[in-house]
Ligand binder design. Structure first.
Ligand code: FES
Length: 565
């Protein structure tokens, strides 16, 4: 009686009698009111991360309906199930702490529930990497659909969109350029539709990476959340998931070393988020693929930035969609890509790109012969301050700090930063280097997006807009400035960053890819001896699992036991 090959017969609940297990399960499926005909169809799971605590996923109920429509029309039975949702602005201390938890939820629920294929529905920053990490580990045929970006909104002769403009206006408010009434007015105009942040932040970067990897349908990364094309993409994703049942393509066939390198190229060419490097590393790590920061530097030197989008440029994601979408970028990069990579459609990337080019707005997507920037957006730095690496988003940085030596002004924690950054007594000049410790993955802060240290109030009021800032934290993909992030090993692991003191000299050379703490080795050894022992682990729950298991940035901040050996 038992047929465990597909649909509800997969992965039976264990009672010691497989036939009874199937009988019981079908009894309960009957309770859902499905006809025998629908019950016999392939089951397509829809892993959806809607939540009242996630504004970016506000429209997911409508997208789920459209996915279901596509599944039903193609002969499958769609069953959606909730996953943990990670709303970027709603989680404390940071959504990053819970990305791995969501990935475990996704992996286990895909594996434990009877589904032949799955549509993964995410959007906000950490949800797409968590879905891809979980799907890569479960290795069931999967199609990723992102929720799409918000639309920008007109405001006093310009357009505003979360969240580069949030930071831009907040900096103006801190410096006294605009007052309380205006900043309050702007608050209601920055994020006005459903969808993820409107610029090339982390969510948009991850959407582009998912399409570049081949895990999403072509042309879907940049469709605005509220555009009818987004619903059509949902329907098509559902249909494709059903097709994958007869001819399975698994994540491990798509996310290969070559596909990961293609995704790195795209990350560089779109001036994408620094966070995406961590996430891509974690996704690749689930399939035993290593992302090398040295290789990133080589690719970065060869790969120009092709798009003019905030926070690096001027436009928004909806402009990228209208300009030709990610396909236009991929076609420009064609000579640099591995074209034999398989995508979720069953085509290779080369086959995908062999179609007609269509309209491309060259103000948004530049030709490779005339790029927006000659070199890629990200560069890895190594040296005595960051033996395992650190990341600078050079496309969003001020080149006058690329070869710089300065005096460190050190903040030992986020609390110390909050307490002193705006103090009139803070001993700081605009040539100093702001350093933040204990905001890395192993810290109790769990690597928040705190690397965008505010300019000290007394300098901001004088018109200083950028300084060199260094930390083991992350930075929002929507932020900009000369900011060195992900210093590894982090301070909580007693890396050299923990040894820096105010008054030390630090030297950065982007040309040499170096970041050095200019302090005698004997002095550093003495400081290392004096460091307090790491705090004892929290006693229970996810806190404990996180602190025991999280890896450094160069390993994607995944848990050690989740990566493929
Ligand atoms: Fe969800 Fe920015 S807050 S993508």
């Amino acid at each position: 009686m038992s047929d465990n090959s597909h649909g509800f017969a997969r992965g039976l609940t264990q009672y010691g009698d497989a036939d009874f297990s199937l009988y019981l399960r079908r009894s309960f499926v009957n309770a859902m009111g499905y006809s025998k005909e629908l019950m016999a169809r392939p089951v397509i799971g829809i892993a959806q991360s809607a939540s009242g605590f996630n504004n970016c996923h506000r429209h997911f109920p409508e997208l789920v309906e459209a996915i279901k429509r596509g599944v039903l029309a193609a002969g499958g039975l769609p069953l959606d199930f909730p996953t943990i949702s990670l709303g970027e602005a709603f989680l404390s201390p940071t959504s990053m702490k819970f990305r791995n938890l969501m990935s475990m939820d996704v992996e286990e629920m895909i594996r434990a529930q009877p589904m032949d294929a799955v549509v993964l529905l995410g959007g906000c920053d950490k949800t797409v990497p968590a879905l891809l990490m979980g799907a890569a580990s479960a290795n069931v045929p999967s199609v990723l659909l992102v929720g799409g970006p918000m639309l920008p909104m007109a405001y006093q002769g310009e357009r505003l969109g979360a969240c580069t403009d949030c930071r831009r206006f907040w900096a103006k408010f801190r410096s006294g350029e605009i007052g309380k009434a205006q900043i309050d007015d702007i608050e209601g105009r920055l994020a006005t539709t459903a969808g993820s942040c409107a610029v090339m932040g982390t969510a948009s970067t991850m959407a582009a990476i998912a399409e570049a990897l081949g895990m999403s349908l072509p042309g879907t990364a940049a469709i605005p959340a509220v555009h009818a094309d987004r619903l059509r993409a949902a329907e098509a994703s559902g249909k494709r998931a059903v097709e994958l049942v007869a001819k399975p393509i698994r994540p491990s066939q798509i996310i290969t070393a070559k596909a990961v390198e293609n995704a790195l190229r795209v990350l560089l060419a779109i001036g994408g988020s620094t966070n995406a490097l961590i996430h891509l590393t974690a996704i690749a790590g689930r399939l035993g693929i290593k992302v090398s920061l040295e290789r990133l530097n080589t690719l970065s030197d060869e790969t120009p930035v092709l798009i003019d989008l905030k926070p690096t440029g001027q436009h928004y994601m909806s402009d990228l969609y209208a300009a030709g979408g990610l396909g236009a970028v991929l076609r420009e990069l064609r000579a640099l890509l591995h074209l034999d990579c398989l995508t979720i459609t069953g085509e290779t990337l080369g086959e995908r790109l062999s179609g007609a080019e269509g309209y491309v707005d060259r103000a948004v997507v530049r030709p490779i012969a005339d790029p927006f920037l000659r070199q890629g957006g990200l560069v890895a730095l190594f040296g005595t301050l960051a033996p395992n690496g650190a990341i600078l988003k050079r496309s969003a940085a001020d080149p006058r700090f690329f070869e710089h030596e300065g005096r460190a002004v050190v903040f030992t924690s986020l609390e110390d930063l909050a307490a002193r950054i705006d103090s009139p007594d803070l001993d700081v000049t605009e040539d100093d280097i702001l350093v933040l410790q204990h905001a890395g993955p192993k810290s109790s802060a769990a690597m928040p997006e705190a690397g965008y240290l505010p300019i000290p109030a007394k300098l901001a009021k004088k018109g200083v807009r950028d300084m060199l800032r260094i930390s083991d934290a992350r930075m929002s993909g929507t932020a900009y400035g000369t900011i060195v992030l992900h210093v590894s090993p982090d301070a909580a692991s007693h890396g050299p960053l923990a040894l820096a003191r105010s008054g030390d000299r630090i030297r950065i050379s982007v040309a040499r890819r170096s970041l050095d703490l200019l302090v005698q080795e004997s002095e550093l050894a003495a400081r290392a001896k004096a460091l307090a022992q790491p705090a004892t682990l929290p006693l229970r729950g996810y806190d404990r699992l996180y602190r025991q298991s999280v890896l450094q940035a160069e390993d994607g901040c995944d848990f050690d036991f989740l990566r493929k050996a």
